[in-house]
Design a protein around this ligand. Structure first.
Ligand code: CO
Ligand code: CO
Length: 392
């Protein structure tokens, strides 16, 4: 093969993707070193639409490209500002626990928001008044622990996998305040004085942070409940997102969880979006903060528009994280055969979204028409005044 050969991206049988755009003949063959699997996964990055332009930083990171932390009882991996430097507002951790596996008793300086991807776990916490909390969470459930409150997660029968999101991009789950770590780094005579027991009673404690460990699957939640003299926490740390009635659009659904329906979640707002094959999450932006995305299934592309002629397109698939800086315009289009499910999250008390269509529909039409030299068809399409979160 040489650069003189005719280029075609249209033979699906022997499909070798090339950095060549059929529509305008720009580009050429890539005959040098390449990662063919990656090129096939990222068709809109290998051959960007001609509308892409300018300098936008990287807005994509895959959990598959991160360090995997393996422990007895489970694993974890994280995407923080160290992996995706633009993502300063939120950091994410993907964790799986085997049946009975425990993310040990710990706390941190950031609030923790979570989505259960599959399986079941038991979560516990205690607040500043000594009010306690225990709940079992299943697929599609959320939890939220305010910053500084101690908590734990233990997988039930069958194990589980979940996404944790923290309201600080520089967070690391490997750098939290853990009970085992504190014990290991406190003089034993101080531990003895604190609990009023002999120093030898602490001979068996872990020498360092345990992080994740294997335990037995716990008994029923009733058998584990402890009656606090101070009562239980007033606002639940758990929210059943999938039990929520979705907002239904022609191209999919959306379920929003923020402080309006999950009152404890004061610093993180989220939407779970479903985009059917052939559909897209419409052109929009968010007037309150950056968007941190986690793709649960399917394949999608997103172009982020940053003003002054700047736009960049990325491909995403299950396990990827996407990011949109504050107020920048974007859409998410399903480019695969399967349904796309993704989470969009904001370091904000409320979910806020401005729809391009809605903005245009609610602005004097003569103004919109003259500004864009808009065709009669475009003006007619604006009569659908609603909140179409996902469109065909
Ligand atoms: Co935590
Ligand atoms: Co968005």
């Amino acid at each position: 093969m040489s650069q003189d050969q005719p280029i075609s991206n249209n033979n699906p049988k022997a499909f070798i993707p090339q950095p060549y755009r059929v529509s305008d003949g720009f580009g050429g063959l890539d005959l040098g070193p390449r990662d063919m699997m990656r090129d096939k996964e990222n068709p809109n990055m290998l051959v960007p639409p001609p509308t892409d332009n300018g300098l936008l930083p990287n807005l994509k990171m895959s959990f598959s490209d991160t360090h995997m932390q393996l422990n007895k009882g489970g694993w974890s991996r994280e995407i923080t500002v160290r992996d995706l430097p633009i993502a300063t507002t939120l950091a994410g951790v993907n964790m799986s626990l085997r049946p009975g596996g425990v993310r040990e008793l710990h706390w941190h300086q950031q609030a923790e928001w979570a989505f259960m991807i599959w399986g079941c776990a038991r979560i516990t916490a205690v607040d500043w008044h000594g009010r306690n909390f225990i709940a079992d969470v299943g697929q599609g459930d959320l939890w939220y622990f305010p910053a500084g409150l101690p908590h734990s997660i233990q997988a039930l029968e069958g194990g589980c996998e979940f996404l944790l999101v923290f309201d600080d991009g520089s967070f690391s789950d490997l750098n939290t305040l853990s009970i085992s770590d504190w014990f290991a780094h406190t003089p034993k005579d101080v531990l003895a004085a604190n609990f009023g027991i002999p120093v030898e009673s602490f001979n068996g404690i872990p020498q360092e942070q345990v992080y994740i460990y294997q335990d037995q699957v716990p008994g029923s939640i009733e058998s584990e409940k402890i009656q606090s003299p101070f009562g239980t926490i007033p606002l639940s740390f758990k929210h059943s997102l999938m039990a929520q009635e979705p907002i239904v659009s022609p191209g999919g659904t959306v379920r929003i969880a923020d402080s309006s329906n999950f009152p404890i979640a004061r610093t993180i707002a989220a939407a779970l979006v479903e985009i059917k094959p052939g559909a897209m999450r419409e052109l929009h932006w968010h007037p309150n903060n950056d968007e941190w995305q986690y793709y649960l299934s399917g394949q999608a592309r997103m172009t982020v528009f940053g003003g002054n002629g700047v736009a960049r397109t990325f491909d995403y698939r299950a396990g990827d994280v996407g990011y949109v800086p504050f107020a920048m315009g974007h859409y998410v289009q399903n480019t695969g055969k399967d349904t796309v499910w993704f989470l969009e999250m904001f370091k904000a008390p409320r979910f806020e979204d401005i729809s391009l269509n809605q903005w245009m529909a609610l602005t004097p039409h003569q103004l919109v028409q003259s500004n864009l030299n808009a065709s009669p068809e475009l003006m007619k399409s604006l009569r659908k005044v609603k909140w179409p979160v996902v469109n065909y």
